[in-house]
Design a protein around this ligand. Structure first.
Ligand code: ZN
Length: 294
């Protein structure tokens, strides 16, 4: 009897020690997870990626609840864009916006639309006189048709949302034979942070946007038309009043983008700016309540 009792006692003690050790290990592990928030790439809930596509535009809005792509760069960049999406783990787009049918914006669109699952495509509705007959445009239309994506004609003042992101399409307002002015312009918000994209829209559209009465103030403004001085007017920049400006262009492009006047204006207004030509891919993340530029 005495022997059994002490054996039971020994077993109880061993069990207790094991339980204490297991709880300690679990406790240490739990504590480590709690005290060291992981802010690595995969755990950022929202980021905007200005992908370096040389002379052109391609912007990824990546969130933990869905993704969006604005433009797909010039023809020849499609593999780089698809690789970038793949590296980011993006296989599906809630929205793809083809701002306007110039090849530096839609040249890679056909391959991107067929390379990932695209749910909705927003693009300008064109007229008989301004519909291009370029190979890039026709190839994109075929790819869109085959994708089964829902095609949405951009209309001013139209609101959309996915996950925690909201965006409003601001223009085009009317048909224009200058396709830059047919650009889908939009303002996107995530919490208190705002981002403005105006494609290649020129000064007359900027005036129309102001006259319409939109709230154009944005934390981040991707300069229109690769920093051209035919866009990005002083007045428009005052209204947008960005903390950060991003210019997407290719080194030594034949247009001279960004124009000196635009860069001088940014410097005069003390606006921090980055360019894909100088920095490559530019990533702006929301970490905590702050915007972090990489
Ligand atoms: Zn362009």
């Amino acid at each position: 009897m005495g022997k059994t009792k002490s054996a039971n006692k020994l077993i109880s003690v061993i069990v207790l020690i094991v339980v204490v050790i297991v709880i300690s290990i679990a406790g240490v592990k739990f504590g480590a997870d709690e005290t060291e928030p992981d802010i690595s790439e995969t755990n950022v809930a929202f980021s905007v990626h200005f992908i370096d596509v040389g002379q052109g535009d391609c912007t990824l809005i990546k969130t933990d609840k869905g993704n969006m792509l604005i433009d797909a760069g010039e023809n020849g960049n499609e593999t780089a864009v698809l690789n970038y999406l793949s590296e980011q783990g993006v296989t599906e787009l809630e929205y793809f916006v083809a701002t306007h049918p110039h090849s530096d914006h839609i040249g890679g669109a056909a391959e991107v639309v067929s390379g990932v699952t695209v749910k909705n495509i927003i693009m300008p509705k064109l007229s008989a006189s301004n519909t291009p007959t370029t190979k890039a445009y026709e190839k994109m239309l075929t790819s869109i048709k085959n994708s089964g994506a829902k095609v949405i004609a951009a209309k001013p003042d139209s609101e959309y949302a996915f996950g925690d992101v909201k965006f409003i399409v601001l223009s085009p307002f009317k048909q224009d034979d200058n396709l830059n002015n047919m650009s889908v312009t939009l303002k996107l918000t995530y919490g208190s942070h705002s981002f403005l994209f105006t494609g290649d829209a020129e000064k007359e559209v900027e005036e129309q946007l102001i006259d319409y009465g939109y709230d154009l103030k944005a934390d981040v403004f991707k300069l229109a038309h690769h920093g051209s001085s035919t866009s990005n007017s002083y007045e428009f920049m005052d209204v947008v009043n960005p903390e950060v400006a991003v210019i997407s262009y290719g080194i030594d492009n034949s247009y001279g983008h960004p124009h000196d006047e635009t860069v001088e204006m940014l410097e005069e207004k003390s606006i921090t700016y980055y360019s894909t030509a100088q920095s490559g891919d530019i990533i702006i993340k929301v970490v905590g309540d702050s915007l972090v530029v990489e």
